[in-house]
Structures are given as structure tokens and as C-alpha cells.
Design a protein around this ligand. Sequence first.
Ligand code: NAX
Length: 327
Amino acid sequence: MSESSQSRPVKVTVTGAAGNIAYSLLWRIASGDVFGKDVPVELALLEIPAATRAAEGVAMELGDSAFPLLCGITVTDSADTAFDGANAAFLVGAKPRGKGMERADLLAENGRIFGPQGKAIGEHAASDIKVVVVGNPANTNALIAAHHAQDVPAERFTALMRLDHNRALSQLAQKLDCQVGDLSRVAVWGNHSATQFPDLTFAEVAGSPVDVDQSWYTDEFIPRVAKRGAEIIDVRGSSSAASAASAAVDHMRDWVQGSDGWATAAVVSDGSYGVDEGLIAGFPTIARDGRYEIVQGLELSDFQRQRIEASVAELRAEREAVGDLLG
Ligand code: NAX
């Protein structure tokens, strides 16, 4: 990490280490894509007991990849061990929605995972810990983890909305027939769910305002980005994994090394733009000096305010549903 000396390894915890996303993510971390090409990495892989053997297999393959920067791997089912001394954590493992499960049950089941993991982070992680929650419902899981991590500032807990951001960039680049790298000032507000608001109001292509017709924007672009996860499942036959891992790499790399302009991250709200203080919501952010800062001073239209409010209302309802875990 930027604040560590280059010879000291950064300690990184990944939960859900035997799962699909981790199978891409771990290789990117070990190759130096997140913390820098000259920063050694020590990995701690956390799994449930039934999957630790599979995680051992993942660790064997990581070893077989002979990464010069990878200087140690621990596989464990103990959160206390996994987060011991951690400088960064990717909380990927989560309880999937079972058949007939209500959203409130899903929230509660995941609360039972993210509460104890937050507590273990508070008790054992390094003082510079940075956490990104990937496991769904990511925003509220991050809220629960932050609540249980005593003495860790809430801004160290974030949730992944960079995949939504990247999906928005990709759709817009296809529409404008330009390169993703030509685009800037795109953001996704709210929850990592179908209520999210991918916002092109401030978007620029090669430094000039983006001009797209309103019906494409509201009837095609917004729903397509918001429901892209379901589209991938339909076409690929399983959920987004490599793209989610890649977005998690982008999220943590920018947090540690700084972003190139705007990037979307779900961070703890300071009350900006009418988003209730304390909720973990997607905002336009800029990462610098090891912090995600919410872009301030944007003038919002009624349309933007309504879209943001619809997603924030869902986050508020999720927070209420897990109220007993936040008491
Ligand atoms: P998998 O089911 O392939 O892997 C999940 C792994 O987590 C399993 O190996 C399981 O044993 C483990 N696990 C469960 N509970 C655990 C616990 N308490 N401690 C440690 N490990 C635990 O799922 P995968 O495809 O990797 O997806 C992981 C999560 O990411 C899911 O919740 C998924 O919904 C979420 N996603 C989030 C995205 C985002 O942008 N925020 C996009 C992709 C993905 O949908």
C-alpha cells in the first residue's frame, strides 16, 4: 500500500476464496495489479469449513503460478486469523438467495456473516485497513460490518459499485462508438441493485459533453446497466465473476493508488445530495491520498433527484430490515 514501505508486504484478506469471483480476483492481486508491481503481497483466504479444502486447492494453484510478489498464503475458516494484521480486505463470500427466500431473510442471513466479520476486523486488522464488500446485498452488508468494527472509521468500509460503473462505461462507449478511455464523469448513484441510477448528466467524451437522445438514456441505457447482472446470467448461464473481480481490482487499486478522475464507489454518506448520513451508497467519487472523496457541488435536476431518492429509499428500507443488527 502507498503508506507501507515497499519491502514490507501488504496483507490482504479475501473471503469466499473458493468461489467464482475469488478465482479471478486472487490472481490479479497476486500479480501486482492492485497494490503495485513492486509491492509484495501476503494472502489470507477465509472460507466456511465445508469449503476450506477447495480453498486449499486454490492456494496450491496460486503457488503453481509462481508470482514473484506473492510471499505467503494462509487458508482458514477463522475470521480472527484471516483478518489478523490485514491492510486490505475483499469481503466476497456471502449467503446466496435461496428458493422462496424473502429479501428480509437474505439480509438477516448475511447480517450474521458480516457482523462477526466486521467485529473481527475491528479487533485484529491493521490500523490502515481498507474494506470493500462484494457479497450481496453489498451496500447493507458493508453497513453491518462497519457497525460491528469497533474503533475503525466508517469510511474504511465501502461496497463495490465499480462493476455498475464499468458496465455504464461499456454501454456508453458502444453507443458513441468510442473507446472507454475517452469517457469521463460517469457515475452510478444509490444501491447495487435494480434501483441504481447510472447517471450520464455530467458525462464527457474526449472532454466534451456527451449528447445522447433521452429515450435511449431512460428506456435503454439505465435499465440495461441496472439489470446487466441478470442479462449475464441469462446469456452466460452463471453470474458475473471475472468482470466483478476486475471491478474489485479497480476499486481497491484506485483507493490505494488514486483514481484517474471520477470513479463510482459506494461509500458512507456524509448527507451529500440528500442521501441519508451513514448509509453506504454509490456516489461519484475521486480517490486521492488513500481516501474516497464524494465529488461535491454538483447541481442536480429534478430527474436526478427522483432517481437517486428511489434507490436511497431502498437502502433505507434495507437498513430498517436489519435494525436489530445495528442496535
Ligand atoms: P460463489 O457462490 O461462487 O462463492 C461464494 C463463496 O463464499 C463460496 O465458496 C462460499 O463457501 C463462501 N462463503 C459463504 N459464506 C462465507 C463466510 N461466512 N465466510 C467466508 N466465505 C463464505 O459466489 P461468487 O460468484 O463468487 O459471488 C460472491 C458474491 O458476490 C455473491 O454474494 C454475489 O451476489 C456477489 N456479487 C456482487 C457483485 C457486485 O458488483 N457487488 C457482482 C457479482 C456478484 O453478483
